[in-house]
Design a protein around this ligand. Structure first.
Ligand code: NAD
Length: 455
């Protein structure tokens, strides 16, 4: 059994039957058997099912958001935002599925024709994270289903109820039970799934788990996509408005209680505006209401995972030991559930874990820099490469800097943002592969190259 707990107070929500090695194998065989008929179903019919799924999600936003908040602790308004955001992403996939996978004649003369067609990968594994289960799951299973794949979907053990709701709604919408198959359980169920002869692995989670999966899948020669963590930097230039930048970045650092893959995790501020920025940033963070995530006014909730409290405690201790200045927060809150004070440090540097390793919580370091060269060097001083941003009114300056940053997504005067129209990808230890954009649709197909000579 899998025990589902509420991270806001530690109470048990329910026990769910978990999968076993045997049930995982049976589910894989079910998906393998169901996939060819789904692939043979016209795209128009698959689109009908996904449109119905969208309609069901839209009808049930309130109940789905309440479940999400109860199991991951996401403040209720943010849970609603996530589900509504998935609706927009589904619209993009619906509008672009045909175009992204259309047959294409790329060359033709009197004798030869060259064409590209797309075939589904087959039965694919989608192993997902808990921090945005609708987003990171939907980025994979919606285009995978539209392109004719069967999906074995393992939601995080911390978002299992949401995973089961997603399966219920997809099945009610007309996706056959063998074509979308949820698997319930923790890492060992993921391992059992990957032991099956899946045709692709789409993983979202930590670098540590991603590295284990990459090692296990190495000899298997199937498509492997890993969307992993980050240590996303932002640089605030001397010509930026320090108050506007601070308000925007406080939200970027603390939204979802800092548990976003693209949360702002490091901030560099030019020394001339540093103090004004810090004052406004701390004021913004102090203004965020922390409390019961079911309360409409709450902006900061509990951490989803209890063991992560120790990571934040260790980062705080390390920063203090190395001379950082604590501006607010800094402690675990002693009450039932997994609570940590929103925390801001200044006087940080790259000797500190806080500036090197993913925090994935409501904690941020702000470092003073002399100018663009130092900021750029620090932004690139990381093993990750998910997102990076620059705040300045000067577009040419921002473009010049962002062109030199090694990250999959770059932001000018904004942060913590994902668009269905743009590819979402990491570099370095932030992973390999991509989701979203039209590339994130054709990604779930195998291109076939046709060389045809007329007789
Ligand atoms: P995690 O690595 O602990 O777990 C992710 C999933 O992998 C879960 O479903 C888990 O049960 C499963 N799993 C664990 N061990 C496994 C194994 N050995 N084999 C197969 N599956 C296994 O990560 P998490 O705590 O759920 O997610 C947080 C991390 O995800 C953060 O690092 C965050 O940055 C990252 N993330 C990245 C993106 C992105 O788009 N790049 C998006 C969201 C989250």
């Amino acid at each position: 059994m899998l025990t589902v707990r509420n991270p806001a107070d530690g109470s048990v929500i329910c026990e769910l039957p978990a999968d076993t090695a045997e049930s995982v194998q049976a589910k894989f065989e079910l998906a393998r058997a169901a996939q060819p008929a789904w692939a043979g179903t016209p795209l128009e019919e698959r689109l009908v099912a996904i449109r119905r799924f969208r309609a069901l999600l839209a009808e049930q936003v309130e109940a789905l958001a309440a479940t999400l908040t109860s199991e991951v602790g996401k403040p209720i308004r943010q849970s609603r935002n996530e589900i509504n955001g998935l609706l927009t992403r589904i619209d993009f996939f619906i509008d672009n599925a045909a175009g992204a996978t259309a047959d294409e004649t790329v060359f033709a003369d009197a004798a030869m024709t060259e064409r590209i067609t797309h075939e589904p990968l087959g039965a694919v594994a989608n192993i997902s994270a808990w921090n945005y289960p609708y987003f990171v799951g939907g980025n994979v299973f919606v285009p995978a289903l539209l392109t004719g794949n069967a999906v074995l979907y393992k939601p995080s053990e911390f978002a299992a109820l949401t995973g089961l709701h997603i399966a219920r709604l997809l099945h009610a919408a007309g996706v056959p039970p063998g074509v979308f198959v949820p698997l319930i359980g923790a890492g060992e169920v993921g391992t059992a799934l990957l032991a099956q002869k899946v045709d692709g692995v789409f993983f979202t989670g930590s670098h540590a788990t991603g590295a284990k999966i990459a090692a296990a899948m190495g000899p298997r020669m199937v498509k492997l996509q890993l969307e992993l963590g980050g240590k996303d930097p932002t640089y605030v230039c001397d010509d930026a408005d320090p108050v506007l930048a601070a308000e925007s970045l406080a939200d970027g650092a603390m939204y979802n209680t800092g548990q976003s893959c693209c949360s702002v995790e490091r901030i560099y501020v030019q020394e001339r505006i540093h103090d004004a920025f810090v004052e406004a940033f701390v004021a913004a963070v102090r203004g965020f209401k922390r409390g019961d995530p079911m309360d409409e006014a709450s902006y900061i909730g509990p951490l989803t995972r209890a063991p992560h409290l120790a990571v934040l405690v260790a980062q705080v201790a390390d920063a203090l030991a190395k001379g950082a200045t604590l501006r607010c927060g800094g402690r675990r809150i002693e009450q039932p559930g997994h609570w940590f004070e929103p925390t801001v440090f200044t006087g940080v540097d790259h000797r500190m874990e806080l500036m090197r390793e993913e925090s994935f919580g409501p904690i941020i370091g702000i470092q003073k820099v002399s100018g663009d060269d130092e900021a750029l060097a620090l932004m690139n001083d990381t093993r990750y490469g998910l997102t990076a941003g620059v705040y300045t009114p000067d577009e040419a300056r921002a473009r010049g800097l962002l062109a030199q940053v090694n990250a999959g997504s770059v932001y000018w005067n904004c942060c913590d943002r994902v668009s269905p129209r743009l590819p979402w990808s990491g570099r370095g230890d932030s992973g390999v592969g991509l989701t979203l954009s039209t590339y994130g649709i054709s990604n779930f197909t195998k291109p076939k190259a046709w060389h045809s000579r007329k007789p």
